[in-house]
Design a protein around this ligand. Structure first.
Ligand code: NAG
Ligand code: NAG
Ligand code: NAG
Ligand code: NAG
Ligand code: NAG
Ligand code: NAG
Ligand code: NAG
Length: 791
C-alpha cells in the first residue's frame, strides 16, 4: 500500500507540473469539474492561457481540478471539452467533561451499558476537518490501543513541524493550505493572517480543531477542567475508543472551500468512517457549495458527514449545510452551568462566568454602565459596548462596569475594563441575544447576564447616583432546569435552498462545552491573554456537531454495514423533544422551541443505538431528489446560469460525475426520463411541506433493523391540517422494507392561523409488543412541518 501511494503521488507531481506564476489580484480560485476527466488536463488548460496556477491537489476521485485563474477566462474555460461546471471558491468559517452524562451515555462519569454496547466506538475512525490538532493533548493519547485498524492508509504529515507526532490514538494528520494561500483570504476581515508555521503543519494554532476532534473521539481523561477548578470531571469524546485523524483546512481567517474539498477527498481515500465539519458559509445551492459536493462524494463512499448548522440564529432561514445527505446539527444547553450572581440593592440577577475566583468577589463595589464611562471624544455607543479605548479610566477605576454584548469579543470587553482600572464586569445581552449566556474564561471577575435580568440592573443604575453591587461566582453547578434549551446563536430553519427538507436535523450540547485545547493560544483566543490551558470551554454549533459525530462513531462500531443515511435516521427518529423539567424544549426566549430550532429533537444516543426502524436514503433517491428540483418545475433561487442545464440533464450532471448514477435499468440517470416525484418525497426521516394548497401526499419507506414485529402509527396533527397515514399498521419481517404514504389536507373548518408554519409528528411504534416493559419499545418519530401559504 505504501509503495502504491508513492507512485500515485509521483504521478500527481508530474500531472501538476505546470509552471506557477505569482498570484494576481484579479485571479480567483475555482474547481473545474470534468466528464470525462481529460487525459492531459494541464495541456488542455494551457490552450487558454499559461497564466494560471493549478493547485497541487489530487481531486481526480471527483473529476476535478483546482485552478487559480483570471476570471476573464471563465467563458473560455466553460467551453473546453469535458468541462461541466466551474465552481468558485468560497470562504467558510469555523463556526467535555459533562455532556455525556447529560446525554445518558455516562453516569457520574462511569460508562453505562449502552455506551459499552457500542464498545465506545472501537475500530471506528473519525476525521475532523478543522484547524488541526494539538497532538500532545492527553485526549489524543492511548498507548494501550493496538495498531491502526485494517484499511487505514492515511499519512501523518509533519510539514515543517518536526515535533509533530501521531500515535495509536491520533492515527493521521494532514494539512491543506494551498487554497488559503492562493485565495487572498489571508487576514480577511481584520483577523490576523495565519503564521507560516500554521500554514505548513497540521498543528492547531487556533484551539478549535483540538476541541472538536476531542469532543468526537477523545480518550477518557480524568480530572480535566478549565483554569484548574471549573467543571472538573472526566473529559471524553462520544467515541472514546475510536481512532481520530485531523484534516487541517481552516485557519484564523476561515477555510477555503478548495482546501475543504481536497481534505474530504483525502479523508475518504485514507479510510475515515465519519467526518465532522464544524464550519460553514452562508446557505448556497448544493451544486455550487464545495462542502456539499464533497459531502456527497463522501456519503457515496459510505462516510457519514456531520456538519454544524451555523451560529447565525435566532432569525429564521439562517441554517447552513442544508444538503439532505449531510447530518446538520443545531446547538442547545446542558443542565450544567457556571453561576456568577450580581447582587445590588437587595436584588440578585444570575449570570454565568468562568472568571478566576481568586479575583475579588463578594464585596460591594461602585457600578457604572459603559455608556456613562466614555472617554473624551468617544461616543457612548462605543463605550456602552466597551470597545477598545472607549472607557475613561478616571470614571472606571475600582468599579464594576456594565458592558453590552456585541461588536467586539466578549472576553475582550473584560480586558478593556481591566485595562481602564475596573475590578469587574457585568456583560449584558441585548434583546436579540435574549437568554443565552456563555461562561467565558474572563480576565477579571465577571458575570454574563440575560437581557431580561439586565433590564433590572439598568433600572437600578438609573434610579440612583451611587449604585453599589458585587459579583459572586462559584464553580459548576448541575441539575439546571429546564435543559436543553436552544441557544440563541444556533441557526434556524426553514431550509433556505430546499424548504422541503427540514433543517437543522438535530440539536446537541453546544453551550459551555469543555474539551481539549491548543497549547499555542489563550483560553479567550485573544492575543493579550497569556494564559495557556490544556482544556477550555467553548460554545457554538461547532461544539454540538462533534457530539453527534462521536455518536455516529458508536453506531458505526455497532452496525458497521449501515449506510450513512441509516445511521442518520437512527439518530433523528429517536431524538427527544422534552426537556428535563418534563415540558417541551424551549428556545432562548423561554417560548416553546420548534423543529426549525431542533429539527427532530435533542439527540438521545442510548435510544439511537436501538432505533427499531430506519429511513434508508439511497443514491437513487438523491438522484430523484435532485431531478425533482428541475428548474422548469420548481425554480431555484440564485442558481448560476451555467449550472441550470445540469439540473435538467443528469446524464452529464455534477452529481453524476462524482460517481456515475444509474437507474434501475442500468441506464444513466436523466431527469428528462421522469417523473421523479417531488422534493418532499425524498425518503427523509422528517417531513416538510412548505406549500400545501388543499391536499398533498408524500411517500416514505421504512426498513426494519430490529426484531420482526408489528408497528402502529400515531399522528399528532399540525394545527388546521388533517393527516392520514396509509397503512396505519405495518408488519416487518427481519430486514424488511415497507412503504407508506402521509396525506395532508387543509382542514377547511379550522384553517391554521396566519397561514404560517404549523408543526406535528408521525410516530411508528411497536409498543403493543412490549406491554410488560414499554421502555423497551421503539418509537420512530418524524416531525411534520407544513405551511399552507405558498411563497
Ligand atoms: C516550510 O517552510 C518554508 C519556509 O517557511 C516553506 O517555504 C515551505 O514550503 C514549508 N514547507 C511546507 C511543507 O509547508
Ligand atoms: C485506551 O484504549 C484501551 C483499548 O482500546 C481502552 O480499554 C482504554 O479504556 C483506553 N484508555 C483511555 C484513557 O481512553
Ligand atoms: C457567594 O456564593 C457562595 C456559594 O453560593 C455563598 O456561600 C456565599 O454566601 C455567597 N457570598 C455572598 C456575599 O453572597
Ligand atoms: C467607535 O467604534 C467603531 C467600531 O469599532 C469605530 O469604527 C469608531 O472609530 C469608534 N469611534 C471612535 C470615536 O473611536
Ligand atoms: C445566586 O442566586 C441564587 C438565587 O438568589 C441562589 O440560589 C444561588 O445560590 C446564588 N449563587 C451564588 C453563586 O451566589
Ligand atoms: C426525554 O427526555 C426527558 C428528560 O430527560 C425524559 O424524562 C423523557 O423520558 C425522554 N423521552 C423519551 C421518549 O425518551
Ligand atoms: C444532455 O446530455 C446529452 C449528452 O448526454 C447532451 O447531448 C445534451 O446536450 C444535454 N442537454 C442539456 C440540456 O445539457
Amino acid at each position: 500500500m505504501g509503495a502504491g501511494k508513492a507512485v500515485s503521488l509521483l504521478a500527481l507531481v508530474l500531472l501538476f507540473a505546470l509552471q506557477t506564476t505569482p498570484a494576481s489580484a484579479d485571479k480567483k480560485l475555482y474547481v473545474i469539474f470534468f466528464s470525462p476527466f481529460p487525459a492531459f488536463p494541464n495541456a488542455l488548460l494551457a490552450t487558454i492561457t499559461s497564466d494560471l496556477t493549478i493547485l497541487p491537489y489530487d481531486l481526480r476521485a471527483i473529476s476535478g481540478i483546482a485552478v487559480q485563474i483570471d476570471q476573464g477566462f471563465l467563458p473560455l474555460l466553460r467551453q473546453l471539452p469535458g468541462v461541466i461546471a466551474v465552481v468558485p471558491d468560497t470562504l467558510y468559517k469555523p463556526l467535555t467533561t459533562h455532556s455525556w452524562d447529560f446525554l445518558g451515555l455516562a453516569s457520574n462519569g462511569q460508562i453505562t451499558p449502552a455506551w459499552a454496547s457500542a464498545r465506545l466506538g472501537v475500530d471506528t475512525i473519525i476525521g475532523a476537518i478543522d484547524t488541526g490538532v494539538w497532538p500532545e493533548s492527553l485526549s489524543f493519547q492511548n498507548d494501550t490501543m493496538p495498531n491502526a485498524p485494517l484499511g487505514w492508509c492515511g499519512p501523518c504529515e509533519k510539514g515543517n513541524d518536526t515535533t509533530f507526532q501521531c500515535n495509536r490514538k491520533l492515527i493521521g494528520a494532514r494539512f491543506f493550505s494551498e487554497g488559503m494561500k492562493a485565495s487572498g483570504a489571508l487576514g480577511d476581515g481584520g483577523t490576523p493572517p495565519p503564521s507560516q508555521a500554521d500554514l505548513s503543519s497540521p498543528r492547531d494554532y487556533v484551539g478549535h480543531g483540538s476541541h472538536t476532534l476531542s469532543t468526537a473521539g477523545g480518550s477518557l481523561v480524568p480530572g480535566a477542567s478549565v483554569l484548574g477548578h471549573h467543571g472538573r470531571g472526566v473529559a471524553a469524546g462520544g467515541s472514546p475508543g475510536a481512532r481520530v485523524a485531523a484534516y487541517k483546512a481552516c485557519y484564523g481567517p476561515g477555510c477555503s472551500g478548495v482546501d475543504i474539498l481536497a481534505a474530504i477527498v483525502a479523508a475518504v481515500a485514507d479510510g475515515v468512517h465519519v467526518l465532522s465539519l464544524s464550519l460553514g458559509a452562508p446557505p448556497a445551492d448544493y451544486l455550487t457549495d464545495l462542502t456539499a459536493l464533497g459531502a456527497f462524494f463522501a456519503v457515496q463512499s459510505g462516510v457519514t458527514v456531520v456538519c454544524a448548522a451555523g451560529n447565525s440564529g435566532p432569525q429564521p432561514s439562517t441554517a447552513t449545510n442544508l444538503a439532505p445527505w449531510i447530518l446538520t446539527v443545531g446547538a442547545s444547553t446542558m443542565d450544567r452551568d457556571f453561576p456568577a450572581n450580581v447582587s445590588f440593592n437587595g436584588d440578585t440577577i444570575q449570570g454565568q462566568s468562568l472568571a478566576d475566583s481568586t479575583l475579588p468577589i463578594g464585596q460591594p463595589y461602585p457600578i457604572i454602565s459603559g455608556g456613562k464611562a466614555n472617554a473624551a471624544n468617544q461616543p457612548t455607543g462605543n463605550s456602552s459596548l466597551c470597545l477598545p479605548s472607549s472607557l475613561d479610566p478616571a470614571k472606571v477605576k475600582g468599579k464594576i462596569v456594565v458592558c453590552v454584548r456585541g461588536v467586539n469579543a466578549r472576553a475582550e470587553k473584560g480586558f478593556v475594563v481591566k485595562q481602564a482600572g475596573g475590578v469587574g464586569m457585568v456583560l449584558c445581552n441585548d434583546a436579540s441575544t435574549g437568554d443565552t449566556v456563555v461562561a467565558d474564561a474572563h480576565v477579571l471577575a465577571a458575570a454574563h447576564c440575560s437581557y431580561s435580568q439586565c433590564v433590572r440592573l439598568f433600572n437600578y443604575l438609573q434610579s440612583t447616583n451611587d449604585p453599589l453591587g458585587y459579583i459572586n461566582a462559584t464553580d459548576a453547578s448541575f441539575g439546571v432546569k429546564p435543559a436543553p434549551k436552544i441557544a440563541a446563536f444556533s441557526s434556524r430553519g426553514p431550509n433556505a435552498i430546499t424548504p422541503q427538507i427540514l433543517k437543522p436535523d438535530i440539536t446537541a450540547p453546544g453551550v459551555s462545552v469543555i474539551a481539549a485545547y491548543s497549547g499555542a493560544v489563550s483560553p479567550t483566543e485573544l492575543p493579550f491573554d497569556d494564559r495557556r490551558v490544556p482544556y477550555n470551554i467553548m460554545s457554538g454549533t461547532s461544539m454540538s456537531c462533534p457530539h453527534v459525530a462521536g455518536i455516529v462513531g458508536l453506531l458505526k462500531t455497532k452496525y458497521p454495514a449501515w449506510s450513512p443515511a441509516m445511521i442518520k435516521s437512527a439518530i433523528m427518529t429517536t431524538a427527544n423533544t422534552t426537556a428535563n423539567d418534563g415540558n417541551p424544549i424551549q428556545d432562548e426566549t423561554g417560548a416553546v422551541a420548534t423543529p426549525f430550532g431542533y429539527g427532530s429533537g435533542h439527540v438521545d444516543p442510548v435510544k439511537a443505538l436501538d432505533p427499531g426502524l430506519v429511513y434508508d436514503t439511497t443514491l437513487l433517491d438523491y438522484t430523484n431528489f435532485l431531478c425533482s428540483l428541475k428548474p422548469t418545475q420548481n425554480p431555484l433561487p440564485s442558481l448560476p446560469v451555467d449550472l441550470l442545464p445540469l439540473l435538467g440533464n443528469l446524464s452529464q450532471p455534477l452529481v453524476g460525475l462524482l460517481l456515475p448514477l444509474f437507474d434501475a435499468a442500468g441506464e444513466p440517470c436523466k431527469c428528462s426520463k421522469g417523473p421523479y416525484g417531488r422534493p418532499e418525497d425524498l425518503n427523509y426521516p422528517s417531513i416538510a411541506v412548505p406549500c400545501l394548497s388543499g391536499s398533498a401526499t408524500v411517500k416514505r419507506r421504512l426498513k426494519n433493523v430490529g426484531a420482526p414485529g408489528k408497528y402502529r402509527v400515531k399522528v399528532t396533527e399540525p394545527a388546521g391540517i388533517k393527516v392520514t397515514v396509509v397503512p396505519s399498521e405495518l408488519y416487518f419481517g427481519v430486514g424488511e422494507e415497507k412503504e407508506f404514504t402521509v396525506k395532508m389536507d387543509v382542514d377547511v373548518n379550522a384553517p391554521a392561523a396566519n397561514n404560517d408554519y404549523v408543526f406535528g409528528s408521525v410516530v411508528w411504534s411497536d409498543a403493543a409488543a412490549y406491554a410488560s416493559d414499554v421502555s423497551k419499545a421503539h418509537r420512530v418519530r418524524s416531525p411534520v412541518v407544513v405551511k399552507t401559504k405558498c411563497g
